[in-house]
Design a protein around this ligand. Structure first.
Ligand SMILES: N[C@@H](CCC(=O)N[C@@H](CS)C(=O)NCC(=O)O)C(=O)O
Length: 313
């Protein structure tokens, strides 16, 4: 766990003493897009782009889901880091970095931008042609995958339809603040007050979702949108990781009836379960965050069956 400072890797935990115990997520630096417009630097091309992900990371998971449901597996290649993130940050195993054979993810960031400063995060959408990072913000990468390659794949399913954007954006905002990032704000808090604030907002939002999902099948409208996939990657990790490791333990998710049936429905969308590895995920969280779980012992449970029938019709 660490960051790049003046071209060097420094092993350091999040500096919550500067923010009254609160975890504050860093802004992503690389914010380009892929487009077939004349003059665009990053044109959609088969085999040109590569995703660097961790299977544990809910933000990276969004991009793997979009790669799957937008049928981009032949178009965009992938590298998966090792489960644990220790003193050197994300590491590649023997076959991890199929492009350059690098050992650590921070080396990739320095290759993209020798002046890069800050944390080294996944996901990364990499351009093999110009050898740099196109984008390292998952919210933007999924929008790129949603449209940029449509003419190539013939898959025009739109998870961010024009008419619903206002509602999707506002749902995303609440879910990001209180749920996606909320579990981290609870788990990485280093004061009681910062933890309690995050915990209260998280469960208020889960209560609100439980109610919303009693009236409608999906978060916005009557088909799956990006808002659902953005929520899904946090929900699927909740009982296995956030409930215990991040102390989000008012209830387990499987005690929320509508949310848990909704979660199963999304899990059962073809291709999605292949993007999930909860054993790897538990090894990452329980094994990497030594300030939270110094022994590194990984819990065996829970044993949940997301393939069980759901009632969302
Ligand atoms: N804003 C980024 C956040 C990505 C992020 O924080 N990823 C975590 C893994 S879940 C990470 O790589 N953390 C490394 C660190 O903070 O040093 C996104 O959504 O793409």
């Amino acid at each position: 766990m660490g960051l790049i400072v003046k071209g060097e890797w420094v092993d350091e935990w999040y500096p919550t003493e500067e923010t009254e115990g609160e975890f504050i997520r860093q802004e992503s630096r690389f914010r380009n897009t892929i487009s077939s417009e004349d003059g665009a630097t990053y044109q959609p091309e088969k085999g040109r782009y590569h995703l660097y992900v961790s299977l544990a990371c809910p933000w990276a998971h969004r991009t793997l889901i979009f790669r799957k449901i937008k049928q981009l597996e032949d178009i965009i290649t992938v590298s998966i880091v090792e489960p644990k993130m220790l003193e050197n940050g994300w590491e590649f195993g023997e076959q991890g970095d199929s492009l350059y054979g690098l050992q650590f993810m921070y080396q990739l960031y320095l290759k993209a931008a020798p002046d890069y400063q800050g944390r080294v995060t996944v996901p990364v959408l990499w351009d093999k042609k110009t050898e740099t990072i196109v984008n390292n913000e998952s919210a933007e990468i999924i929008r790129i995958l949603n449209t940029a390659f449509n003419d190539m794949t013939g898959n025009h399913v739109d998870y961010y339809p024009e008419a619903m954007r206002g509602e999707i954006d506002s749902i995303n905002e609440r879910i990001y603040e209180t749920i996606n990032n909320g579990v981290y704000r609870a788990g990485f808090a280093t004061t009681q007050a910062a933890y309690e604030d995050a915990y209260i907002a998280l469960f208020e939002s889960l209560d609100w979702l439980e109610e919303r999902l009693s009236k409608q099948r999906y978060l916005v409208g009557d088909s799956i949108t990006e808002a659902d996939w953005r929520l899904f990657t946090t929900l699927i990790r909740f009982d296995a990781v956030y409930h215990g490791h991040f102390k989000c333990n008012r209830q387990k998710l499987n005690e929320f009836s509508n949310i848990s049936h909704y979660l199963r429905e999304l899990y059962q969308v073809p291709g999605v379960k292949e993007t999930i590895d909860l054993e790897y995920t538990k090894i990452h969280y329980y094994g990497s965050h030594k300030t939270i779980n110094p022994t590194g012992v990984i819990p065996l449970g829970p044993d949940e069956d997301f393939s069980a029938p759901h009632n969302r019709l």
